[in-house]
Design a protein around this ligand. Sequence first.
Ligand SMILES: CC(C)=CCC/C(C)=C/CC/C(C)=C/COP(=O)(O)O
Length: 295
Amino acid sequence: MCPALGWNSEMTSCADRAAVQRATAGHAFSQSKNNAGRSLNRTPSPHLLQRQGSDPTSARLRASESPTRRRGSSSASASATGPQQQQLPEEDCMRLNPSFAGIALRSLLAIDLWMSKRLGVCAEEDSSWGSVRPLMKIIEISGHGIPWIAVTLYCMWKSDSAAGQEIMLNLLLALLLDVVLVGIVKALVRRRRPSHNRMDMFASFSVDRYSFPSGHATRAAMGARFLLTHLVLAAPVRVLVLLWAVLVGLSRVMLGRHNVTDVAFGFLMGYFQYSLVEALWVSTAGLQKLLGVLG
Ligand SMILES: CC(C)=CCC/C(C)=C/CC/C(C)=C/COP(=O)(O)O
């Protein structure tokens, strides 16, 4: 009798250990869902296990222990399917890894939701930091795509040097690339914005109802890297640019627009987007050549 799970078996193989751990993990999650605050490792009572007889966790458990039962029930069939038998435990071990990865991911997401809820201190006017919400919304606009694109176009038009125009052209292309890539990832991942978010954001696409990744964070990271690389800025201004990027990310969580992981991934994605822009850098000479070919 397995003391933790309460079923009869002679569990010695890797497959059996896998079954035990999957069942324990599955049980731990159903426990933590139904009964927040209890330990994940708590041993279930026999009474509870009886009740779980028809739930999906038990169904998985029955499915996973079936190879063991088949092995145990007939030694003749075991010898008949010898090589296959030896593969089964290995397969089960491989299925064990995703379950641990699943546990790690679920734990990370739970921490993420908890932290994001706690940091969403200006999600509403009457939230604990509701008085700084207008300031956070100004920071939000400073990282929005429309002002960035508008200012870039203006600088490109006003620039009197070919080098300046080339830089602004590439910044414009980078901003458009950012909108497209973020839109694709949001549409693929489809993570809902936090429940405490008020959807009162200035000019957004329909895909912006999703929160992963934060488009403001990608733009802030990519834009900051771009400006720091291509503009000659005094040291205090460079610090201000970095501070602004951090504030944009922080304001997303404080406004309740995003979870922490949306912003963290957004920063990472924006950082690498800049590397892509550098790799695909378009020179004005190259652009003129291309336009000549097309025209
Ligand atoms: C010309 C053109 C394609 C402009 C698009 C600018 C635009 C509307 C960007 C979307 C900005 C936005 C609301 C992003 C959402 O940011 P999150 O940080 O909330 O993901």
